[in-house]
Design a binder for this molecule. Structure first.
Ligand SMILES: NS(=O)(=O)c1c(F)c(F)c(S(=O)(=O)CCO)c(N[C@H]2CCc3ccccc32)c1F
Ligand SMILES: [Zn+2]
Length: 263
């Protein structure tokens, strides 16, 4: 994958040339606006099992050149979805220090500052995420919208390691903690729709759950996210800042987003 996934000639407009699904159906992210939302009383609060990982365990945090991602333990899974989904990794999308509007999903056309994704795969039907990632019922991704507010000590448990993954392919161990702390309080209020990976290969394989309530991190934490990482390797003579790593919202016609809350 070329370094410039999100900018320049190989930016998202060029994705379908090499990755046909990116020009296909059910693409994510999308804008949530009232005329595509429909209340669904069957949407239950998600249950998180094994999310409270002891500090004796460690997560591997790595810079993969277009996001910062943290591998999660296979003891973490979600119930109350059509299948049991096991955690694979989490990663983030963000803007830049001059424009902190880097969320992927938008609400009534409004970007949030950033967005956390926790990627899970259908462990009832598939042996691992690679087998699951191109299947219609293969993945479930939780999305948490991030906005500016007070310092967030839970997010800091990841953010404080950013200085050790500044460059592509660097990695660092993060002591285990309760990943539930990264989610908003109200797990019962969310948007639900069938969509895709928001990076190539853009497989339409994701059951999206986007929590209604944003989580707050401080201005300084957001600035660290926006300025810490590079897409390039540490010895690259022309470093490229890792910024604006969000896909633009996709057309969403003749489809509905189901909401678990009454507006
Ligand atoms: N926004 S998103 O949730 O659609 C999404 C990403 F935005 C993203 F960057 C990645 S990645 O792993 O960092 C790079 C692409 O492989 C993944 N990783 C997925 C896609 C491919 C794959 C394979 C194994 C484990 C996770 C993933 C992803 F699901
Ligand atoms: Zn993502």
């Amino acid at each position: 994958v070329s370094l410039l996934l999100y900018a320049g000639p190989d930016g998202e407009k060029a994705w379908p040339k090499k990755y046909p699904f990116c020009g296909g159906v059910f693409q994510s992210p999308i804008d949530f606006h009232k005329d595509i939302l429909q209340y669904d009383s069957n949407l239950l609060p998600l249950e998180f099992i094994g999310y409270n990982v002891p500090s004796t365990d460690q997560f591997t945090l790595t810079n993969n050149g277009h996001s910062v991602k943290m591998y999660l333990s296979p003891t973490m899974y979600i119930r109350n979805l059509p299948f049991e989904y096991t955690a694979s990794q989490l990663h983030l999308h963000w803007g830049n220090k001059n424009k902190s509007e880097g969320s992927e999903h938008t609400v009534s056309g409004k970007h949030f500052a950033a967005e956390l994704h926790i990627v899970h795969y259908n462990s009832e039907k598939y042996p691992d995420v690679t087998a699951a990632m191109d299947k219609a019922d293969g993945l479930a991704v939780l999305a948490i919208l991030l906005e500016i507010g007070p310092f967030n000590p839970s997010y800091e448990k990841i953010f404080r390691h950013f200085r050790n993954v500044k460059y592509k392919d660097q990695m660092v161990q993060v002591p285990g903690f309760n990943i539930r702390e990264l989610l908003p309080d109200r797990l019962d209020e969310y948007y639900r729709y069938e969509g895709s990976l928001t990076t190539p290969p853009c497989y339409p394989s994701v059951l999206w759950t986007v929590f209604r309530h944003p989580v707050k991190i401080s201005q300084e934490q957001l600035l660290a996210l926006e300025t810490a990482m590079y897409c390039t390797e540490s010895d690259d003579p022309e470093p490229l800042e890792m910024v604006d790593n969000f896909r633009n919202v996709q057309e969403f016609h003749e489809r509905l987003v189901f909401i678990s809350f009454r507006e």
